[in-house]
Write a protein that binds this ligand. Structure first.
Ligand code: AMP
Length: 283
């Protein structure tokens, strides 16, 4: 595996791969790898010739009061883990390589960025995501890029950018990888102390409870949400949001007819956690 720091070096490798007719995959990450990240690398490795993982804690997607300065960073460990997954290139640029002086462009997706995490974290969040992902697509020009369904809204934002800007890249969303007790893996789980770590399992249990009532015939949004809310309440978790939304448009829905997502965000101890579950529609 090669660790590259500059756009020029990445481009040279990609050009060589293209000359040889090799397919190129990209896995964008912010590092602090866990099994969720590794599952994306594995999927990329199985299906492509050249696998590029980007490791960049993107400053523009963090708010002023968020955890940019404390976000977990361990490039040496990440490099070992990526290499063990057969990754070919780890692209780990400095911030100035991505945002040189004079950088002035912003990719803003209207609508779906203004709800849920966009409302909680502010519009800058998905602008930062959309802009950096568009740049990474420009740098790597991948055939396919892998994202985690854990960040369901992010996947939809990226798909919208690709469609609207006619970017020639296929987007694959990989399933949420969980700890043995159901907590969705996240780089931010390291912020949880023992009590908060136990409390955090309520997010997945709340989604389980919602899915259970759905499977037993409940289609009404309030009924589904209240099953989840009572689990969160028992764990003394006051959700930032717990919302049922159309799985493609993220429009609010009153009942599960088409596929819907139940999405939750909550502050648990020192961490802000998100999770979601597909509520399969009848249509
Ligand atoms: P991050 O480093 O948090 O920006 O995440 C990089 C990629 O890994 C994103 O596409 C995430 O959605 C994905 N990811 C993070 N956690 C998980 C998880 N538990 N399961 C699956 N994918 C994940």
């Amino acid at each position: 595996m090669r660790i590259l720091r500059t756009i020029a070096d990445v481009r040279a490798e990609i050009r060589a791969a293209r000359t040889d007719g090799r397919s190129v995959a990209l896995v964008p990450t912010m590092g602090a790898f866990h099994e969720g990240h590794l599952s994306l690398m594995r999927a990329a490795r199985e299906e492509n010739d050249l696998v590029v993982v980007s490791l960049f804690v993107n400053p523009t997607q963090f708010g002023a009061n968020e955890d940019l300065s404390t976000y977990p960073r361990d490039e040496a460990r990440d490099a070992e883990l990526a290499e063990a997954e057969g990754v070919d290139i780890l692209f780990a640029p400095a911030a100035a390589e991505i945002y040189p002086d004079g950088f002035a462009t912003n990719i803003h997706v209207a609508g779906i960025t203004e709800v849920l995490d966009g409302a909680s974290r502010g519009a800058h969040h998905f602008d930062g995501v959309a802009t950096v992902v568009t740049k990474l697509f420009g740098i790597v020009a991948p055939d396919v890029a892998y994202f985690g369904q854990k960040d369901a809204q992010q996947v939809l934002v990226v798909r919208r950018v690709v469609r609207d800007l006619d970017l020639d890249v296929r987007i694959v969303a990989c399933p949420i990888v969980r700890e043995a007790d159901g907590l969705a893996m996240s780089s931010r789980n390291v912020y949880l102390d023992a009590d908060a770590r136990a409390q955090a399992t309520a997010l997945n249990r709340a989604l389980d409870a919602a899915e259970a009532v759905l499977v037993s015939g409940e289609r009404d949004g309030d009924g589904i949400r209240s099953a989840a809310l009572s689990v969160l309440g028992e764990a003394s978790i006051d959700a930032e949001y717990l919302e049922l939304r159309d799985a493609e448009t993220l429009q609010p829905v009153d009942a599960v007819e088409r596929d819907a997502l139940l999405l939750v965000a909550a502050r648990v101890g020192a961490a802000r956690l998100i999770d979601n579950r597909l509520m399969r529609g009848v249509a």
